[in-house]
Design a protein around this ligand. Structure first.
Ligand code: FER
Length: 258
């Protein structure tokens, strides 16, 4: 795929445009055993009279539920995109992917217990967070109406959880997927089934990223087995310009029929 980047100003606050709302809420987690923080962005013109698709957007190893908000300001990018008519209305849910009682990004971030908590998040998401979102927001339910994407550790989670639960997700994206990504043949054991069930599978990574081999490994496997996907190598490192650009490019393909 050709190198594409977002147009200049895509991530700059614009005056006098309709705005969505981004806020922190808490949901009960039977998986972790305590209430957990999550941020939720509802789009401009949001109304509980309507129903919405939902994107679950995951953070990296150094982050928490506020990482995208603090470093990527997705609400600014998305408000601009709505104003430019580029997006299907969707709720964006920003969870904390470290599913353990102390889920703050502190201490040794590579502590095996913390790495394991990123795996445990699959249960927290499926059993606790999705049911919370779908009973507290006017969310459309069903796999065609759910997307999962994330950066780095969250990109690995998105591939592991999304591809491992195609009955729950039709749209899957990974920006700069980390080494928590399962081996491609484990991610996609049935290439024909995945091909028919996926509405979109997106992989992107910066060409200066030390973790590039992870994305390339998945991309090459998918290509060999003719699993439709979008592979987007761009210039950049393991950093926010790549992840914000990823959100910009990925989100405008979401919930549209190709
Ligand atoms: C690793 C290198 C990087 C790893 C995870 C990461 C689990 C995650 C990076 C990030 O989320 O930015 O070896 O192992």
């Amino acid at each position: 795929m050709k190198m594409i980047t977002a147009p200049e100003g895509y991530d700059q606050y614009r005056e006098n445009i309709p705005r969505g709302i981004i806020e922190e809420v808490e949901y009960p987690s039977s998986t972790v055993g305590n209430p957990r923080k999550v941020m939720v962005y509802t789009p401009p013109g949001f109304s509980s009279e309507n129903t919405y698709n939902v994107l679950y957007l995951l953070h990296g190893i150094g982050g928490d539920e506020a990482e995208w908000y603090n470093h990527g300001a997705p609400q600014i990018i998305l408000d601009n995109m709505y104003n430019d008519n580029k997006l299907e209305p969707m709720i964006v849910v920003l969870p904390n992917g470290r599913a353990m009682p102390n889920d703050r990004a502190e201490g040794d971030l590579f502590d095996p217990e913390k790495i394991q908590a990123f795996e445990r998040f699959e249960l927290d998401l499926l059993d606790d967070l999705i049911p919370f979102v779908e009973s507290n927001y006017p969310a459309r339910t069903g796999r065609e109406n759910r997307a999962i994407a994330g950066l780095s550790m969250g990109g690995g989670q998105s591939l592991n959880i999304g591809l491992g639960n195609l009955n729950h997700f039709a749209w899957v994206g990974a920006f700069s997927a980390a080494p928590n990504t399962k081996a491609p043949e484990v991610l996609v054991p049935d290439t024909l089934e995945a091909s028919s069930l996926l509405s979109m599978l997106w992989l992107s990574c910066g060409d200066q990223d030390n973790l590039m081999h992870i994305s390339v490994g998945v991309h090459e496997f998918l290509e060999q087995h003719e699993v439709p996907h979008i592979w987007h190598e761009e210039s950049g490192a393991h950093d926010w310009p790549v992840w914000k650009n990823g959100l910009y490019l990925f989100s405008q393909l979401l919930f549209k029929r190709q």
